[in-house]
Design a protein around this ligand. Structure first.
Ligand SMILES: Cc1cc2nc3c(=O)[nH]c(=O)nc-3n(C[C@H](O)[C@H](O)[C@H](O)COP(=O)(O)OP(=O)(O)OC[C@H]3O[C@@H](n4cnc5c(N)ncnc54)[C@H](O)[C@@H]3O)c2cc1C
Length: 335
């Protein structure tokens, strides 16, 4: 049994920053994440994209933000259960919680901070029977490292921001031969990106196939060809990679069964106090929570984590007085 002061479910940016704020209060943290690496959406969906609204950073790559957070929390020696999903929660007689993962690892803590973001990432997959055979063998649902695709022949499917952004980036920056395949004539992306893609198609910098979709896949060891259904009939395109970018379905998953108040797929919290849920000792912070005026932004999650840690301290040590100390005065004293 792993024991800690605050058990954080989700090692995205908000879960990671919680370790820092808890550490300043001398509270230890353990994090559980279903992904193999910490970083949440920043690491999994857009590590190479610049973020412009992190205070004090005019521009920071999402992946670098995560590296910096990992460095910032080092003094507090957080521990991790990675590649496992939190599935059940049980309350003990001494008012603690036991959280068990899908692989059976048990964790016990008086405080549980759910920082589960969008939940367990589940890509929307097109209904092609042998699609699973080529996953990570030519098919990627998320672009983690764009350099992996340099000089490749790539087919991208989708009509949203991801599909458009990567089409433009791959053709402009990575010398890729890109074909964008979209089911209709209308896109669900920013007008600027749609216009840019149209211009690039007109200039012959990308191939654009509208009213079309990928309907079949061929290959032996890895993906070699995609079959594209167009208005004119079916065509076969040789590819190095196919990226079906139809979005990720947010799935709160088993946490939805934990007796917490849920509203539109998010956990309701009390934002007038400390981001507590309806179960004492269980908080929800970051993208996973909802309250009037909620904004799903990293900086809002950082604020929620800070307030929540103060409340967690008071709950763990009801008799201890906690005076807020500036880090400029007190420094960062790790464990
Ligand atoms: C393309 C894109 C661009 C963005 N740009 C910006 C931007 O410019 N500025 C900004 O502020 N925000 C931006 N965002 C939003 C920002 O990424 C999120 O607000 C932020 O990631 C939320 O952090 P989080 O820690 O709450 O959740 P997440 O980053 O979603 O992390 C949650 C983690 O919890 C894990 N998890 C969930 N359920 C379980 C479970 N049951 N067991 C174990 N682990 C679990 C997940 O695997 C995940 O790793 C952007 C998002 C996207 C997709």
């Amino acid at each position: 049994m792993i024991t800690t002061d605050i058990l954080i479910i989700g090692a995205g940016p908000v879960g990671l920053f919680t370790v820092f704020e808890a550490g300043l209060l001398k509270l230890r943290c353990h994090l559980i994440d279903s992904l193999a690496e910490p970083g949440g959406q920043c690491a999994e969906i857009y590590p190479k994209k610049p973020i412009y609204d992190i205070p004090g950073f005019p521009e920071v790559l999402a992946g670098d933000l995560i590296s910096n957070l990992m460095k910032q929390i080092e003094p507090f020696q957080p521990t991790f259960t990675l590649g496992e999903s939190a599935v059940t929660i049980d309350e003990t007689e001494d008012n603690q919680y036991i959280v068990t993962t899908d692989k059976g690892t048990k964790h016990k803590a008086p405080i549980v901070a759910i920082a589960g973001g969008l939940g367990v990432f589940t890509p929307r997959k097109p209904p092609i029977s042998n699609i699973n055979d080529f996953e990570d063998k030519g098919i990627k649902y998320i672009v983690k490292n764009p350099e992996d695709f340099r000089n490749q022949k790539v087919v991208i499917s989708g009509g949203g921001d991801s599909a458009l952004d990567w089409t433009i980036y791959f053709a402009d920056q990575l010398n890729c031969d890109v074909t964008l395949v979209h089911r209709s004539q209308n896109f669900r992306a920013h007008n600027d990106s749609v216009q840019k893609a149209m211009d690039m198609a007109a200039q012959g910098k990308i191939n654009l196939l509208l009213d079309s979709e990928v309907v079949g896949l061929n290959g032996s060891e890895k993906l070699e060809e995609v079959i594209i259904k167009t208005k004119a009939g079916e065509m076969i395109e040789k590819v190095d990679s196919w990226l079906p970018l139809f979005g990720l379905t947010p799935k709160l998953g088993p946490i939805a069964e934990w007796g917490l108040e849920i509203e539109k797929g998010a956990i309701k919290v009390d934002n007038a106090t400390d981001y507590t849920t309806n179960r004492p000792g269980i908080y929800a912070i970051g993208d996973v929570n909802t309250y009037p005026g909620k904004l799903k932004l990293i900086l809002c999650g950082f604020h929620e984590a800070t307030i929540m840690c103060q409340s967690a301290f008071a709950r763990i040590y009801p008799d201890k007085k906690n005076v807020l100390k500036y880090t400029t005065v007190n420094g960062v004293n790790g464990f």
